[in-house]
Design a protein around this ligand. Structure first.
Ligand code: KIV
Length: 286
């Protein structure tokens, strides 16, 4: 082996060769160009991040939906930046292959771009995640520009943006009718021009999402936006049947996990009460 093979660079290259590479922002662009659909699931902790990654998802989104499914709030509005950082740090520890994206919570992105940049820098430095997500189209253009100019990869989010729940008068489908559809299209085009690497299309009519997907060069990731997007995202707790709060019609439950958990804990409780658990195999010899 030459001296070169013993060098630092060589060790780095050999380590790289033996690792499954992490999904990157450019890779998502290639997936769109190749017509490969991408899969995104929301995760809020280490254990679920590991399980979802084992299932092969490309993107783990630490969504501010954690305010509803983890913290029990009625909307995502009360979530703080510290809470997002706390949960994203745990997800990053469980993810070696998926791209981890941290949602910017309500109130953080409404300041001037350099203030949002400070918050995004905190997120990237403190959590080790690879990108941030923020809600809003045309109104967020200046901020997205500033962040991407400063090397922060931004996933945008347009259509039914949950942080606008009060302005919308509820969690309502957006983009119905010609004028509303034009506004959603403009939002999507604007975030692409500003430098976003992908855009979530939430709660918009399927033909509109399909038309937007055809117009954009960046990937669209749909939720309640029909099959015409480049990828799909679901809240992990919804697809596993763990969350029994709001059940949007676009959710498909792939497991009745909540019921499974109740039954398992009932079983445990019955065995404790009857003295079956713990058995001798669960104890320690003197
Ligand atoms: O907060 C979230 O989980 C989201 C996704 C559902 C897109 O924004």
């Amino acid at each position: 082996m030459s001296d070169f093979r013993h060098g630092t660079l060589a060790r780095f290259l050999l380590a790289e060769e033996s690792m499954i590479p992490r999904v990157t922002v450019p890779e998502l662009g290639r997936m769109k160009r190749d017509g490969r659909r991408m899969v995104c699931v929301t995760a809020y902790d280490y254990t679920f991040a590991r399980l979802f990654e084992k299932a092969g998802v490309e993107i783990l989104l630490v969504g501010d939906s954690l305010g509803m499914v983890i913290l029990g709030h009625e909307t995502t509005l009360p979530v703080t930046l510290d809470q997002m950082i706390y949960h994203t740090t745990a997800v990053v520890r469980g993810a070696s292959r998926a791209l981890v994206v941290c949602d910017m919570p309500f109130g953080v992105c409404h300041g001037p771009p350099h203030v949002v940049m400070d918050a995004a820098a905190r997120v990237l430095k403190e959590t080790g995640c690879q990108a941030i997500k923020l809600e809003g189209g045309v109104r967020m253009v200046e901020t997205i520009h500033f962040l991407t100019d400063h090397q922060v990869p931004v996933m945008a989010h347009v259509g039914l943006t949950p942080q606008s729940v009060h302005a919308f008068g509820g969690f309502k489908v957006q983009g119905r009718g010609e004028e509303a559809a034009r506004r959603v299209l403009e939002d999507a085009l604007a975030v692409e021009r500003a430098g976003a690497f992908a855009v979530i299309l939430e709660g918009v009519p399927s033909p509109l999402a399909q038309a937007i997907t055809a117009r954009l060069t960046i990937p669209t990731i749909g939720i309640g936006a029909g099959p015409g997007c480049d990828g799909q995202v679901l809240v992990g707790y919804d697809l596993l049947g763990l969350f029994d709060g709001i059940q949007p019609r676009f959710v498909k439950r792939y497991l009745e996990g909540g019921q499974g958990i109740v039954e398992a804990v009932e079983h445990f409780a019955a065995e404790v009460r009857s003295g079956v658990f713990p058995g001798p195999e669960h104890g320690f010899d003197p």
